[in-house]
Design a protein around this ligand. Structure first.
Ligand code: NAD
Length: 355
């Protein structure tokens, strides 16, 4: 297969971790006989410094012309005093909008080798968990009608949650498709005991569920889901939920893995192209020191192979190399508890050796 991949290295540790992921992707491409071409584009603070804009036109055009996009992270203290709409982070919303990415996939897995990093009780961590949150990304209360008005108690502010059937159908399909290549279990999270949007959500999700008879589909109220995630996370396989609930629950899920430097994500839209990125930021405190953990970005590369290109075996090859490295006790500083940590480049080398 021939793949043209746009690289958005960004700021802080972004360039280091993206370069690590590229090395791993190249090795996998060689091993399985694929051709991968990588084209870098500017984004975030680096783009501001070079062009005055966080998201230059050329970057948007390059991403839209590519087969898939790998992003590091953007932002840093150098640009923190700029007005909101000129800051590096503005580029993230811009590129997601330009690529019409309405599905956010966030896996949260507790690696057996890292179970001591899990902040949950030992008997819960012992069972492990491997879940995937499918979050609706472009609708709901973050995009609804909002403003200020005069109300019963004077000035009040309001935000509106609105979901169309079409928006729910497409995110539900994304969740069921994901479940088909996992453990065929979807839990749909809503607040249908209170919210009208949640009642439409629930009804629509079950209509789509009928198209996937092999997949079990159940509902859970969001307040219960927040509790269940810390009480019994191993019950979840695929979770599908709205933009705001997904925002909150995916951060909760990432915390219980105990390791921000390990978590990948994918944002998908109408096309299979997608944007793949670690969930962490640009970590300016450790940038340029060769101590960042590249695994989240390397695993984002594996997600790209799986979702953008349908290359399951190649994706598993990367995931297995990461498992093997962790099982061998090899650690970067963020997961080492201060003992014998290796750097970003050395960790990349260890993963490359196992591919
Ligand atoms: P952060 O995720 O960058 O860092 C939080 C902490 O985790 C830091 O101590 C950092 O050193 C550590 N960390 C993060 N990634 C790591 C890795 N791969 N290996 C080892 N340690 C790692 O969050 P923050 O400090 O709140 O934000 C820093 C900058 O990143 C800000 O400018 C913020 O706006 C930006 N940000 C960007 C994105 C993105 O590009 N998607 C996401 C979040 C934050």
């Amino acid at each position: 297969m021939k793949m043209n991949i746009a690289l958005l290295r960004g700021d802080g540790i972004g360039p280091e971790i993206v370069d690590s992921a590229v090395e791993v992707l190249k090795k996998v491409a060689d091993k399985f006989g694929h051709e991968m071409n990588f084209t870098p584009y500017l984004i975030g603070g680096a783009a501001i410094d070079a062009t005055g804009k966080p998201l230059p036109e050329e970057t948007v055009e390059g991403c839209l012309a590519s087969d898939s996009v790998l992003l590091g992270a953007v932002g840093g203290p150098k640009w923190d005093t700029l007005p909101g709409d000129q800051r590096p982070e503005k580029a993230l919303l811009g590129i997601r909008a330009a690529m019409e990415l309405y599905t956010n996939l966030r896996p949260a897995r507790l690696y057996p080798a890292l179970k001591d990093d899990c902040p949950l009780k030992a008997e819960i961590a012992e069972k492990g968990f491997d879940l995937l949150i499918v979050r609706e990304l472009t609708g709901g209360i973050y995009f609804g009608d909002r403003g200020y008005r005069e109300g019963k108690y004077g000035t009040e502010a309001y935000d509106t949650e609105c979901y169309s059937r079409v928006e729910i159908e497409r995110i539900a399909r994304a969740a069921f498709e994901a479940a088909m290549v996992r453990n065929k279990n979807v839990i749909s999270i809503d607040k249908a005991n209170v919210l009208e949007t949640s009642r439409l959500w629930r009804k629509t999700v079950h209509e789509i569920a009928a198209e996937y008879p092999e997949v079990t589909c159940t509902d859970m109220l969001v307040d219960n889901a927040a509790m269940q995630l810390v009480k019994n996370p191993s019950q979840f396989d695929v979770v599908v939920t709205s933009n705001m609930f997904g925002d909150i629950l995916s951060d909760e899920a990432s915390q219980i893995t105990g390791s921000i430097g390990m978590l990948a994500s994918a944002s998908l839209g109408k096309t299979k192209r997608g944007l793949y990125e670690p969930i962490h930021g640009s970590a300016p405190d450790i940038a340029g020191k060769d101590i960042a953990n590249p695994i989240a970005t390397i695993l984002s590369g594996a997600m790209m192979l799986r979702y953008a290109f349908g290359l399951e075996e190649e994706a598993l090859c990367i995931e297995k190399a990461v498992d093997d490295v962790l099982d061998a006790g090899i650690r970067t500083a963020d997961i080492s508890h201060g003992e014998g940590a290796i750097g970003c480049k050395a960790m990349t080398e260890e993963i490359l050796k196992r591919i």
